[in-house]
Write a protein that binds this ligand. Structure first.
Ligand code: NAP
Length: 336
């Protein structure tokens, strides 16, 4: 590699990150509204002889992409999740992988709560009702839903986002249960400071006892289809399922069946399988009465997106300079 290193960025991320990269490198940005194809990414990396790649969770970064430029030393994904990056292939090639942990948790927890409250208190339906000029009078049975306060919240995966979501339950005086591969005493202590007594239970118990089930596990082999028909059948018929993790954690067909059969009350999804969810997808027939969907906007606050842009820039710089990444996905996945 000679001259100024080049970085290819697969979408227009916030200016603060692009400016930082431009201070040191030649930066080429895909400015399309939709993601570039994998072929396009491969050809751009090769053409630019790129040293760095900044990608999104919608880009599949596999061996073919990683081999596209002989000078590629770092891939930085504008997300905390890195299931779209083949970490083993990157590690084998000595290519560092950066991601953006630690800054999305509170913002994503806010969104989990937005969905939870929306599903319980039927605000999307309420808005549609008013907008359609159907609001004729105060109705004793109009758009009733379950109480949120004093209810039981079940957190599947008490990590960063799961804990931030649980913390917010304190104001609603809820009972909190959580499940995962092992109890998390430090997380329980953190929640105890907010007056919450979070109890570790097995997943079946959590599903049976929770009024609200909120999913916060990463997408890995063991969590794909974690919530399928057997799990949905364990939930109560009024229970509300919230998914802000990854679409594939829930079996979409099973959810469709459960909503159609009234096995669960409602679902609020920020992530879907497939993603994007087309408006003519069968699941959508349950909206808005039993289903509310947002387009994967968990981390979409201006402040958080700016911080994420700075973090991918910092990871890219470190990778190109041959320094340890401030946030390495390979390290965080326990692979080094
Ligand atoms: P985290 O801190 O790593 O927490 C993940 C939790 O899941 C851990 O407590 C872990 O608990 C549990 N877990 C891990 N592997 C598991 C497995 N194989 N089976 C069952 N449980 C498992 O992650 P986070 O920062 O909270 O983020 C969680 C996920 O949210 C991310 O991976 C990402 O996919 C998604 N996310 C979505 C958005 C959005 O825009 N909607 C934004 C940010 C993140 P145990 O060790 O006890 O199992």
């Amino acid at each position: 590699m000679t001259g100024t290193p080049t970085v290819y960025v697969t979408r227009t991320i916030p200016e603060i990150g692009l400016d930082r990269l431009r201070e040191r490198y030649e930066v080429a940005v895909w400015d399309g509204k939709l993601p570039p194809t994998k072929e396009h990414i491969v050809s751009m990396l090769a053409e630019l002889d790129a040293a760095g790649l900044v990608c999104l969770l919608s880009d599949e970064i596999d061996a073919e992409v990683l081999d596209a430029s002989p000078d590629l030393s770092v891939v930085s994904t504008f997300s905390v999740g890195y299931d779209h990056v083949h970490l083993a292939a990157a590690a084998e090639r000595g290519i560092a992988v950066g991601h953006t942990p630690g800054v999305l948790a509170e913002t994503t927890a806010d969104l989990a709560w937005a969905l939870l409250l929306t599903c319980a208190r039927r605000t999307v339906e309420g808005h549609a009702h008013v907008a359609a000029d159907e609001w004729e009078t105060w109705g004793p049975r109009l758009l009733t839903g379950p109480d949120v306060h004093d209810a039981t919240l079940g957190i599947v995966g008490l990590g960063e986002i799961g804990t931030a979501t649980a913390k917010r339950a304190a104001g609603f005086e809820m009972d909190v249960r959580y499940s995962g591969r092992s109890p998390k005493p430090e997380r329980e202590a953190e929640l105890a400071e907010f007056g919450l007594d979070a109890t570790y239970v097995d997943r079946d118990e959590l599903l049976a006892e929770s009024d609200f089930v909120s999913l916060h596990v990463p997408l890995v082999e063991e969590t794909e289809g974690l919530i399928g028909s057997a799990e949905l059948q364990r939930m109560s018929e009024d229970a509300i399922l919230i998914n802000t993790s990854r679409g594939e954690v829930v079996d979409t067909d099973a959810l469709d069946t459960a909503l159609a059969a009234g096995q669960i009350g409602r679902a609020g999804l920020d992530v879907t399988d497939p993603e994007p969810l087309p408006a003519d997808h069968p699941l959508f027939r349950h909206a808005p009465e039993r289903l509310v969907v947002t387009p994967h906007i968990g981390s979409a606050s201006t402040g958080t997106r700016n911080r994420m842009a700075e973090m991918v820039a910092a990871c890219t710089e470190a990778g190109i300079e041959g320094e340890p990444l401030p946030h390495s996905a390979i390290r965080d996945a326990g692979m080094e």
